[in-house]
Design a binder for this molecule. Structure first.
Ligand SMILES: CC(C)(COP(=O)(O)OP(=O)(O)OC[C@H]1O[C@@H](n2cnc3c(N)ncnc32)[C@H](O)[C@@H]1OP(=O)(O)O)[C@@H](O)C(=O)NCCC(=O)NCCS
Length: 166
């Protein structure tokens, strides 16, 4: 069974190993993950870091920073051998559900312009291309596509999100 839970400091070794096997992903070092996990939430900035596990295996993770009412997805990675099984969808749904519960109204992200798989994944979730940031990435140099979506309708997370009845 696949479990989605909060990321812990003890997960970082396995996250770095998964990240190292994923050239398309943003590459954070150990200190960046540690900082993210210990940085306290404030009224304006909140941190969401989730992992997907299967037994003892860590098979994916997602990181988002919520600034005011915008959920900024920093990274989402699924191990190559378990892609196209709905785990990315489950993680993105979990992140956006968390952000909705903390008052977010939009999700936004940047993705490498050449990362067509991720762009299709995000489009399937209902995000649309909203802009281009030229020469945003290094190693290799590449433009960033900006994508976003209101969380009021249409994203996977909203399908099962409890509606207010009053
Ligand atoms: C992008 C990524 C997170 C998707 O995770 P995943 O678990 O494979 O995605 P899911 O199985 O939940 O896919 C949900 C839907 O998104 C779409 N989708 C996902 N990957 C796709 C691909 N490679 N091509 C086309 N559509 C895709 C499909 O519609 C899919 O539903 P379907 O399989 O029933 O057709 C994964 O491919 C990955 O880790 N890529 C490398 C890291 C990366 O690029 N991250 C994003 C930048 S930070």
């Amino acid at each position: 069974m696949i479990d989605i839970r909060a990321m812990a400091v003890e997960d970082i070794d396995r996250i770095l190993s998964l990240e190292a096997r994923t050239p398309e992903a943003p590459h954070w070092d150990r200190a960046a993950f540690e900082r993210f996990l210990v940085e306290p939430d404030t009224e304006d900035v909140r941190h969401a870091a989730l992992v997907a596990t299967h037994g003892h295996d860590l098979i994916g993770f997602a990181i988002a920073r919520q600034v005011l009412d915008i959920c900024e997805l920093e990274s989402i990675v699924i191990a190559e051998n378990v892609r196209r099984m709905g785990i990315g969808k489950a993680l993105l749904r979990a992140v956006t559900t968390w952000c909705l519960a903390h008052g977010a109204v939009r999700i936004e992200l940047e993705v490498r312009a050449g990362n067509e798989n991720a762009i299709r994944f995000y489009q399937k979730a209902g995000l649309i291309k909203e802009g281009l940031r030229r020469d945003y990435y290094r190693d290799p140099d590449e433009h960033a596509v900006l994508m976003g979506k209101g969380l009021d309708s249409g994203l996977w997370a909203v399908e099962n999100f409890p509606q207010k009845t009053d």
